[in-house]
Design a protein around this ligand. Structure first.
Ligand code: SF4
Length: 330
């Protein structure tokens, strides 16, 4: 928001681009769980564009983005976040868009030293270079700490009016936001990309390990955002809803996965990912029953639904907590 305002102040027309990678934490994710209900159910990029009064272009890059997540040349950050490759990829995509739509240069809101991987003095030039943007990429919030870009040299932008923000301290940004009368803004650090989340990353790593290769489809990565994931055997795992919102969400996937419903008691819907045999299914039913209101009962009836809608019932004794090793929790 600040970078846009700084550039708009110079009378320059700005439009926004938002890339959908499949890993974005957005309003629809918050809408599933009760605990997140207080969070605004909105697409933050759209909301920001509205605040700024600029056009926003939302581009789905989820297919091409796979190569960034699966094989990042510069590796991962603290979790499975390939931030440096990701920035290079996004700026490259933005460049393609810029040329196609006859715009002149790119800006980002990056601040030197603000993020440990992609916003360091030594890595910011890597993004400019590897994206192919080179000196068409201007970072208005820290431009005076960086070499002059083409828009500055050509006089399209007055360098004197650009900024020198650096480091993790956000006070200068907050002061500038006050100057522009920006009172509300999206979560400033992390929190917008599941790849920076340790629990999400361990589920993604588990998925790759179970498949024996690094691949994913969009449904796989959406599913990692929802439910408790337990892997009792290497070849299958259970995704168990933690609350009503998740149960409703998982129900929508019953044609894609084997699913289990608790019939004799109240309990969550579970999906099974993998290739379970009959013994595995019985174990899965006992595990699912553990998370139902019948957990202390002698017998719980669990319905197994095939992807084609065929059903059969298991009458099982729920596992007790000692029978569920901590390692099963992904
Ligand atoms: S946090 Fe996520 S979206 Fe942001 S740069 Fe890193 S990988 Fe990309």
């Amino acid at each position: 928001m600040l970078a846009v305002r700084v550039i708009q102040e110079q009378g320059i027309h700005v439009e926004g681009i938002n890339f959908y990678t499949g890993f974005c934490v957005e309003g629809h994710t918050h809408a599933i769980r009760k605990k997140d209900r207080a969070k605004p159910k909105r697409n933050n990029a759209l909301w920001v564009a509205e605040q700024l009064g600029i056009k926003l272009h939302i581009i789905d890059v989820s297919e091409d983005y796979k190569s960034v997540v699966l094989n990042p040349k510069h590796g991962y950050g603290a979790n499975l976040n390939p931030c440096l490759d990701c920035k290079g990829f996004m700026v490259h995509e933005a460049m393609k868009w810029m040329r196609k739509h006859d715009f002149d240069f790119l800006i980002t809101g990056e601040v030197m030293g603000q993020r440990p991987m992609s916003q360091r003095k030594d890595t910011m030039p890597i993004v400019s270079k590897e994206s192919g943007a080179n000196d068409l990429l201007l970072r208005p919030l820290c431009a005076t700490l960086l070499p002059e870009t083409l828009p500055e040299r050509e006089g399209w932008v007055d360098r004197e009016q650009l900024l020198n923000f650096s480091g993790r301290n956000r006070k200068p940004q907050i002061t500038l936001a006050e100057k522009y009368d920006i009172k509300e803004y999206a979560q400033p650090a992390g929190g917008c990309c599941f790849l920076t989340d340790p629990s999400y990353s361990s589920k993604l790593a588990d998925l790759w390990q179970a498949r024996g290769e690094k691949t994913y489809e969009i449904d796989d990565i959406v599913m990692l955002k929802v439910g408790r994931h337990l892997r009792p055997r290497p070849h299958f795992k259970l995704i168990i809803a933690r609350e009503e919102g998740e149960t409703n969400f998982l129900r929508g996937y019953r044609k894609n996965y084997l699913s289990m419903n608790i019939i004799s008691h109240s309990g969550p819907v579970s999906l099974i990912d993998g290739e379970p045999d009959n013994d595995d299914l019985e174990l899965a039913a006992r595990l699912a029953a553990r998370f139902s209101s019948g957990r202390e009962s002698e017998l719980v009836t669990v319905e197994l639904m095939q992807k084609n809608g065929e059903c059969r019932n298991f009458h099982v004794k729920p596992l007790n907590s000692e029978e569920i090793p901590q390692e099963w929790y992904v």
